[in-house]
Design a protein around this ligand. Sequence first.
Ligand SMILES: [Zn+2]
Length: 365
Amino acid sequence: MSFNRILDQSLAVRTLQSALEKDRVAHAYLFIGPAGVGRKLTASVLAKSLNCEKLRGHNPCGTCSSCHLIAEGKHPDVQTIMPTKRSSTIGVKQIEELLPIAYMRPISGKCKVFVLSEADRMGLETANKLLKTLEEPPPSTVFVLITERPESVLPTVASRCQPIKFGRLHTESVAQILVSDFHIDQERASVAASLADGQVTRGLEFADPKRLDTVLGLVDELNTCSGKLKASDQLLEFLAEQQQSIQEEAEKKITSPDESATASRSTLEDLRKSFVDRYYRSLINDCLGLLLVFYRDILVLKETNAEELVINRNRLGMIRKHAKSMSLAAIVQNMEDIERASKYCAHYVGEDRVFADLLMGLRTA
Ligand SMILES: [Zn+2]
């Protein structure tokens, strides 16, 4: 994996390649941008470039033992530090353990690289520990701090780092990555990418077959009154099931923190609740997004008859059937209703009921 495999981040790539070329790599970088757009990948390529045994221009070869070890996360001079699962923060201990290593000479490579993922999740004490090192940078050591919330990084820490901005990816790039790196079939990848807001991580969530199958399965039931009731029940059942699994995930992720005994039981409970709310809301929003794309496809096919413009290509039969039986006004009305429900769900509680009511009201002719 070299710099030219990093999609849509030409400014970031150019800045780093130019620094490598001039041998003026900064001691610390702050990679700023949303998750799932290539920040970690770029950090890994930078680490490879700094340690590769057979550089090709300023691109790592990808085949030497150093490149292999970095790709596998096993290189002794390249470390990734991320928030612990238990407390969801980078703890003081993690930084304390890292600092003496930062001052040692590289063990097998030429340069030590420390990648701090979610660098905004650091308490004041932890950030101040790191700051000392950034103020007197050890030789042959590069820190890469990654964040999507630069405003939450301690300003004195941020000011010691060279900022590098990462933008959202093009939809086609997300689809391409979903297919090539995650082996998702082309049709599913296209649908997921169209909703992913330029983030591969979001694309992966949308590509979850269960969501798409459930949502579109519901639409198939809407032709009769009893079908609508059935669809509404199935939806509520699906959402309850999903909420349960998000709840279990929250329990696993947010348990008693190891390094800060200060978090009280109620704080933990609040954290869990906000985690569940956030993910549940985002799940509902995702499902509404899938539904919207489906009706968009029906609209496009009805208006243009161009199959190549349909995103849900593997559901062409179903889309054609609806495009034939539905009036243009009904399709547009459904899309407006979905958009309205989506806005409502973003702001108010009772989102599952809103979704179920929406389903009952969707037009089929
Ligand atoms: Zn190499």
